[in-house]
Design a protein around this ligand. Structure first.
Ligand SMILES: *Cc1c(COP(=O)(O)O)cnc(C)c1O
Length: 460
């Protein structure tokens, strides 16, 4: 076999063009052959199809590019849970914008790595522009806000706990969060060797300031980080940030807000009031692979003061020697715990510039309005029960007469047919179907179809 061509350099585009044509073709036919949001037939059917398309995955003699790329992209596409389908609405699993995916192609071709300037001159300058912009958007009034890129909300929450821990070297940090917090918060405490976290019950779905006050009175004298949530994963609830910030200030506790889901309300003039108080947090998690329509990964941790990031400073002579730094080469290693790191900033920068605040805000409004439309339809439906009015773009509902096992079976039935992908959530002691609406191209008729499918799978 000839040496395979490279993606970059002046010859790269010519090598890529026929391969991209094959990819685009297989993406098109794979989506047509799927014919819905999910492959029908469940895990066995999909695994068998993938096995057939890949067998053997490591042949003694390679198949060459055409015989591998087209069939495997087809298998990947036909077997995808495609968030671009309006009825793929289980999780905070966003359909990426075409623009962002195209930008990510350039990132893959050039393959800059953000651990040193000599691997990423423009990419690192661009990342600095992006983090500055997002830090300013999160903390409009702060003197020196800053932000880091992460692999998502999980890593951002881990870093938030780590940075809080490092501010109190003499005593263990106690982390307090609502029962509504993302599972990555207590897991981060476990990872960091912190004491088990304190969970405040959240019977109404949000963290109650009086309940938080009660918990903090039991922790007087200890360093405490409170983790609040702006957009819970299950229901999209937004904790009462200003009141929580007041309680934290009164107890000398630090505040982290996990806005992995709700953060982009900042772009919407109609909805940013819901995040009032966000900038009183010491750190904020954002996640633009949710309401931000980016390909994974697009996580961000914003901090109110750049000095909060100091504990991440780190030197490895081959990447950021002191003499290189003194000579003016940017020191990037302290911008992450990772070493080799993709230029995830690039697709986000292209998206922010192309859409602007109003374009992003319109997308956020579109999916939140869709959730209101869906909630209205469920409310008016004779056989469905709505959990509550949506605060973001998530709607929980259930067939009124079904028990929890039947609700779970409705979801699995829809998955097995490949007709709709809905999530599930526990709230008020019951199991609910969850529609997480992130697709701005979804129309009210799609929502009618979704509800009809649920009815069709409900035992009567
Ligand atoms: C999704 C989510 C996370 C985790 O984000 P990943 O990108 O999946 O790591 C954290 N917090 C909340 C509130 C989330 O919804």
């Amino acid at each position: 076999m000839n040496t395979p061509p490279l993606a970059g350099g002046t010859a790269g585009p010519d090598a890529l063009a026929p391969l991209l044509a094959a990819v685009l073709d297989a993406l098109r036919t794979g989506a047509l052959d799927r014919g819905g949001p999910l492959p029908a037939g469940g895990p066995t059917t999909t695994a068998r199809r993938v096995h057939t398309a890949t067998r053997p995955l490591l042949p003694d003699h390679g198949t060459g590019p055409e015989a591998a790329l087209g069939p495997l992209v087809h298998a990947l596409t036909q077997g995808a849970a495609d968030p671009a389908d309006p009825l793929c609405a289980a999780h905070l699993h966003a359909p990426p914008l075409a623009l962002a995916a195209a930008a990510d192609l350039a990132a893959s071709v050039l393959n800059p790595s953000l651990d040193s300037w000599d691997q990423a001159p423009a990419a690192s300058a661009l990342e600095a522009e992006l983090t500055r912009t997002l830090a300013r958007e999160t903390y409009p009034a702060a003197d020196h806000p800053d932000a880091l890129l992460t692999t998502g909300g999980t890593e951002a929450n881990q870093l938030a706990l780590l940075l809080a821990r490092e501010r109190h070297p003499a005593a263990p940090l106690h982390v307090v969060h609502g029962a509504n917090a993302h599972h990555s918060v207590p897991r981060a405490a476990w990872l960091l060797g912190l004491p088990p976290t304190h969970t405040v019950p959240t019977p109404t779905g949000t963290l109650d300031p009086a309940a938080l006050h009660h918990t903090l009175t039991t922790l007087t004298g200890h360093p405490v980080l409170v983790a609040a949530t702006a957009g819970t994963t299950d229901a999209g609830h937004i904790d009462p940030l200003p009141a929580l910030a007041d309680v934290c200030a009164a107890h000398g506790a630090e505040l982290h807000v996990d806005a992995a889901y709700g953060g982009p309300l900042l772009f919407s003039d109609r909805r940013k009031h819901a995040l009032h108080g966000l900038d009183r947090a010491h750190s904020v998690t954002l996640d633009l692979h949710k309401l931000g329509w980016q390909p994974v990964a697009a996580g961000i941790l914003a901090v109110h003061r750049t000095g909060r990031l100091d504990p991440l400073q780190h030197t490895a002579d081959y990447l950021n020697s002191h003499d290189d730094t003194e000579a003016g080469l940017p020191d990037l290693l302290g911008r992450s715990l990772r070493t080799t790191r993709r230029p995830d900033a690039f697709k986000m920068a292209v998206t922010l510039r192309a859409l602007g605040r109003d374009g992003l805000g319109a997308l956020v409004d579109q999916v939140c309005d869709l959730a209101t439309t869906l909630a209205d339809k469920i409310h008016d439906h004779p056989d469905l029960t709505l959990y509550t009015r949506p605060a973001l773009s998530t709607v929980l509902f259930r067939p009124t007469d079904a028990d929890d096992d039947q609700v779970a079976a409705v979801r699995r039935g829809l998955l097995d047919d490949g007709h709709a992908v809905l999530g599930r959530a526990r709230a008020k002691g019951r199991l609910w179907l969850k529609a997480t609406l992130l697709n701005p191209h979804t129309r009210p008729g799609d929502l009618d179809r979704m509800l009809k499918l649920v009815e069709g799978h409900t035992p009567r």
